[in-house]
Design a protein around this ligand. Structure first.
Ligand code: G3P
Ligand code: CA
Length: 310
């Protein structure tokens, strides 16, 4: 029987289903989120972008062509850079698209071994649909699974005049997510975006500063001064997992000293570090030796087996 997760107990370690059960089903689709729920994830992770008609949809990229058939359905709607931006399409248009499997730059599939999803009616969901599904499942199962939305490229949305973060906070409030103990984490790579939501928009929802594995601005975030600064506007960090391994876990204790949670990304069974045979072993290393508070994984079931056994 699944142990009920209580997010209000902040000592609990959590499993975050990265883009849903994206190791098994096409990322950011309702079936992938539902599968992650069924596998026992504590949080479902939608990346969030905005459409031309100011609707929030769940999509990793600000462009549509990486994971939909937009090129076939709307061949004349690319911008000069050859990309089809979600910001140029209305929600009714996006709802006509079929979700396709993500491919690598060389055209090969990221998950080559699994079944062909294209013919099976996967679509781009709205954030509302995801929240409603999770809340419906919570009522059904009496669990308390949370959502973990990421604001994708806030500077792009700002330049387009699209109020991504305002709409996200309003939507979360509408569905009852409020205050420090809300079963939600709002995450972004963009520090200014997190500061705006906290200080200007007055959000007191838990926030996570994502930190890429390289780059000067992100390197500065993992210094003592950088972590002090993050603690002024966020509740935790979501670093590339290599930043933890590279410091043999010191980054986790430095964050914990400042009261910051640590939720590294991304853990995949098909992308193990050299010398690691099984995803379980990598997950145990991070949960137990490095003492992270949670992690983003495409394989929620394996993480649940490690951290919520029985
Ligand atoms: O949000 C944590 C992790 O998901 C960041 O990576 O590129 O998959 O959004 P990405
Ligand atoms: Ca993400």
């Amino acid at each position: 029987k699944h142990k009920k997760h209580d997010n209000k107990n902040r000592d609990d370690k959590i499993v975050i289903a990265h883009r849903g059960a994206s190791g098994y089903l096409p990322e950011h689709t309702l079936p992938a989120y539902a599968m992650a729920y069924a596998l026992g994830a504590d949080f479902i992770e939608p990346d969030v972008v905005m459409t031309a008609d100011e609707r929030l949809i769940c999509l990793h990229d600000i462009h549509l062509e990486s994971t939909t058939d937009v090129e076939q359905k709307f061949p004349d709607r690319a911008r000069a850079d050859g990309r089809w931006y979600a910001a140029d399409f209305t929600l009714p248009e996006i709802e006509t698209l079929a979700v396709t499997e993500r491919t690598n730059p060389d055209g090969t599939r990221v998950f080559p071994g699994r079944f062909q999803a294209e013919a099976n009616g996967f679509h781009v969901p709205t954030l509302r649909a995801v929240i409603e599904m999770v809340q419906s499942l919570n009522r059904e199962t009496r669990r308390d699974v949370g959502i973990y939305p990421e604001t994708k490229d806030p500077a792009f949305h700002d330049a387009e005049g699209l109020p991504l973060e305002r709409k996200l906070l309003d939507t979360l409030a509408e569905y009852g997510y409020a205050g420090r103990d809300a079963n939600v984490f709002v995450q972004s790579f963009d520090a200014d975006n997190l500061k705006e939501m906290r200080s200007v928009m007055g959000s007191d929802l838990p926030q996570i500063q994502l930190i890429e594995g390289s780059g000067d601005a992100f390197d500065a975030m993992v210094t003592p001064d950088g972590l002090d600064e993050i603690a002024t506007y966020a509740d935790g960090i979501g670093p590339d997992k290599n930043r933890i391994a590279d410091t043999d876990g010191a980054l986790v204790s430095q964050a914990h000293q400042r009261g910051l949670k640590v939720h590294p990304y991304t853990f995949r069974a098909d992308q193990l570090p050299a010398g690691t045979r099984r995803l379980e072993d990598e997950l145990r290393l991070y949960y137990h030796r490095y003492d992270v508070d949670g992690l983003f994984t495409d394989f929620a079931d394996i993480a649940v087996g490690v951290i919520h056994p029985g």
